[in-house]
Ligand binder design. Structure first.
Ligand SMILES: Cc1cc2nc3c(=O)[nH]c(=O)nc-3n(C[C@H](O)[C@H](O)[C@H](O)COP(=O)(O)OP(=O)(O)OC[C@H]3O[C@@H](n4cnc5c(N)ncnc54)[C@H](O)[C@@H]3O)c2cc1C
Length: 547
């Protein structure tokens, strides 16, 4: 075992770096990250970060919009925390040096879909995430925080029944059920692999913070970079922590669709500034679909686009900004303008071909409002966590906000040592969900060889923007068959594939069980929300068996 730390933080996006900067004041900190420090979703965030700081706005109004977008599943207490603490966290980011854009000396605020007011702070126009990531990584460096790059976490070390001292994956001994282990099991550290040398090392810690981001690589068409493979969610599930809301995967309506060009996000803010969606024939179609037209909630816009694509037979629709002042377009969206121009498209002259793409993991490791998971010593914040603030559908630009609000609360929580012996982390955890279930037992079956691409094709086709029982049942069988053939991961690609496969099973089985449509989860065989489904689906391993 390598050195013992007060905090080991997995991930160097906004959640991990912000938590590290705060934790540094209270003890020794080690950050592990599987790529370079800035290889994460954060650096690609465009639109900005929501906070109720503008004239006429309030935490209460922001709360109402968040709840409205979440389609009946937002945890109101968590969303109240999110919106009440938003302004203070923005102040923190400003103090750390994030250069938010201003107009006449005041913070500039943009309007995005389903926000009732302009509420979105941005930096460098549409380069918000890059500025945040650069600022936080510079501060981390200045503070002397140790960041081990190219080091992938592969397993959470657990003390207690069924824990680290039990046989490892593939071991034969049957461990106690998770409920029997409740409160006796504790995250004690993490095993990680140096991807350059192949060396595995165990890092012990008092507080293990997952900040590993989302699982956007589950899908063939995705705005997320290669690192977004749901590792933290998979690691937490295997360790016995609860995972929830995985069926709610947000598809962004507008990613650039150009042959030979990666799906690049065309921010919601483009529609906020007046961008209009038209079909191939030039017809504007959103006003007939929703009163908020182009600024309707993302799931509605995504499905409307899909429907229009199916009707016209095209693989895209058009997002038109040619009627806007070209200077405004270039100044407000320099990154988008430049990316499209490099791909041969001047967006001030021609409409942008767009189609929906996988974008945001609403579900994740279940936490309470202090970022505590259901396992002692294990915390989660950022996109890998499910705090409940997004419910069935995330309000645009609430995710960057969620990362900082809850990262701060995680670190504050680790300082509460009332019921712990010296040197121990607090004994509190999020309470177990009484109705948690486990994944079905995977069964062998016929399936093409498992590759990342095969998995992404399957989920895109059968577990995508629209699903039904037939497609989900088919996907469950294939994923189960793949699971039975999976070898023990030994490097980064095989670890990521194992983690993606587990996340895909969680998404698919949750989507199959939820016999209704709500927020981002749309089933053609159950197209309406159903009152009996106004509840969460939570997974917990029934036993500590290989997964
Ligand atoms: C194109 C795009 C645009 C977006 N625009 C916006 C926006 O305008 N506003 C908004 O609020 N949100 C936006 N989002 C969402 C937002 O960017 C993310 O939700 C947020 O950045 C997540 O931050 P994070 O720190 O939780 O995760 P990330 O920034 O993804 O960081 C995760 C980190 O964990 C590391 N990691 C993962 N697994 C392991 C492992 N096993 N071992 C070691 N390290 C690991 C990764 O390498 C990475 O460093 C956007 C997302 C994308 C992709």
């Amino acid at each position: 075992m390598a050195d013992r730390y007060d905090y080991v933080i997995i991930g160097s996006g906004i959640a991990g770096l912000y938590a590290a900067i705060l934790a540094r004041e209270h003890g020794s900190v080690l950050v592990l990250t599987k790529g370079s420090i800035d290889d994460c979703n954060t650096r690609w965030a465009q639109g900005g970060i929501a906070a109720p700081v503008g004239p006429g706005d309030s935490p209460e109004k922001h709360l109402r919009d968040t709840i409205e977008a979440g389609a009946g599943l937002v945890d109101e207490e968590a969303a109240r925390v999110l919106t009440a603490e938003a302004a203070d966290r923005i102040d923190d980011l400003v103090r750390l040096g994030v250069p938010f854009d201003t107009v006449h000396g005041e913070i500039a605020l943009a309007r995005e879909g389903a926000h009732s007011l302009p509420r979105v702070l941005h930096a460098g126009g549409d380069a918000t995430g890059a500025h945040i990531e650069l600022t936080l990584s510079s501060v981390a460096r200045l503070e002397g925080i140790t960041v081990l790059e190219y080091t992938i976490a592969t397993e959470i070390l657990v003390e207690g029944p069924g824990g680290d001292h039990e046989p490892r994956r593939g071991g034969s001994r049957t461990a106690p059920t998770a409920s029997a282990c409740d409160n006796h099991r504790r995250a004690a550290g993490v095993r990680a692999l140096d991807t350059r040398t192949g060396q595995a090392t165990e890092y012990a810690c008092r507080n293990l913070i997952l900040a590993t981001g989302g699982a956007g690589q589950l899908y063939r068409v995705s705005t997320n970079p290669q690192v977004a493979t749901g590792d933290g969610i998979a690691l937490a599930y295997r360790a016995g922590a609860e995972i929830t809301d995985m069926e709610f995967f947000q598809f962004h309506p507008t990613a650039l669709r150009l042959t030979g060009v990666q799906p690049f996000l065309i921010s919601e803010a483009v529609r906020g500034e007046g961008g209009i969606l038209r079909d191939e024939g030039g017809e504007r179609f959103m006003p007939a679909c929703h009163p908020q037209a182009e600024l309707a909630p993302r799931d509605i816009v995504a499905r409307a686009i899909l429907d229009r694509m199916q009707r016209t037979g095209a693989d895209h629709v058009l997002l038109d900004v040619t009627h806007l002042d070209p200077h405004l377009v270039v100044a407000r969206f320099p990154q988008i303008y430049r990316f499209c121009l490099d791909a041969g498209l001047d967006i001030t002259q021609r409409p942008i071909p767009v189609s929906p793409a996988a974008h945001y993991t609403m579900g994740g490791v279940r936490t309470n409002t202090w970022g505590e998971t259901t396992m002692r010593g294990l915390y989660a914040c950022g996109e890998c966590a499910c705090t409940g603030v997004h419910g069935a559908n995330r309000l645009a630009s609430n995710s960057l906000l969620e990362t900082v609000v809850f990262a701060k609360r995680v670190v504050r929580r680790t300082l509460v040592q009332t019921d712990a012996r010296p040197g121990e982390s607090p004994a509190t955890t999020a309470p177990l969900a009484p109705d948690a279930i486990d994944l079905s037992e995977p069964a062998p079956g016929e399936a093409a060889p498992l590759t990342r691409e095969a998995l992404q094709d399957l989920t895109w086709r059968d577990v995508g923007i629209v699903r039904d029982a037939a497609s989900l049942t088919r996907a469950t069988a294939t994923l189960g068959a793949w699971q039975t053939t999976l070898a023990q991961p030994h490097d980064r690609p095989s670890q990521e594939l194992a983690d993606l496969l587990l996340c895909a099973r969680l998404v698919t089985e949750a989507a199959l069980r939820r016999e209704e449509s709500r927020g981002a989860h749309y089933r053609t065989d159950f197209p309406e929300p159903r009152e009996e489904w106004r509840r969460h689906l939570t997974f917990r391993r029934a036993s500590i068996r290989p997964a």
